[in-house]
Design a protein. Structure first.
Length: 195
């Protein structure tokens, strides 16, 4: 913190703001200087303005600072009022938003419970369907296996017959032919026995 000296006394930096005139003091200073001759007593000298009299320069500076403080006070009051209105609006908007979020979130637990129930039902139905499907697949696999076994057996017999020599096939055909010829004779013999 920097210190500065005024009238031979060290004052801390933060006391500078306390030395500014208050709003009523600035208004009183402005009223006093309004009655005075406030025209500019300056002449240009080498690109700068120099005041002819130091008292007049000091008076103009005080009037300027007083007017600046008055303007700052008015702006501060207006800004304070605008901030208060804005804060009220913001508070109302936050309240409305909170109510809307609360109203929107109210049905969520019921919807979540309903969704949970539907998912449980779907899971149960899916489990039942999968068990039925696995049973049907197992049965179809078993029947297909037995049918394939029968087909494989028939193919094995056919391959066995085809692999036999020609004379064996002729002998088999003759044996079948004799068996077929004997069937009517046996049937005729039974008929004679029945009569």
């Amino acid at each position: 913190m920097t210190n500065y000296t005024t009238n031979g006394q060290d004052k801390p930096h933060h006391t500078r703001a306390a030395s500014l005139p208050s709003l009523p003091q600035s208004q009183a200073q402005a009223a006093l200087t309004a009655a005075q001759n406030a025209e500019t007593f300056a002449h240009q000298q080498g690109g700068r303005f120099n005041y002819a009299a130091g008292f007049r320069a000091l008076r103009d500076a005080q009037v300027g600072s007083g007017l600046a403080v008055l303007a700052l006070g008015e702006e501060q009051a207006a800004a304070h009022a605008e901030l208060a209105v804005g804060l009220d609006r913001l508070t109302a908007a936050v309240d409305r938003l909170t109510e809307a979020v609360t109203a929107a979130a109210a049905p969520l637990p019921d919807a979540a419970a309903g969704l949970r129930e539907q998912l449980a039902e779907m899971q149960t139905d899916l489990g039942d369907e999968l068990s039925e499907l696995s049973t049907e697949v197992a049965e179809a696999g078993a029947s297909a296996t037995s049918e394939l076994g029968d087909i494989a057996g028939a193919l094995a017999v056919l391959v066995d017959r085809l692999d036999r020599p020609r004379w064996w096939q002729w002998r088999r055909r003759n044996a079948l032919k004799r068996a077929v010829d004997q069937v009517p004779a046996a049937v005729n013999g039974e008929e004679e026995l029945l009569v």
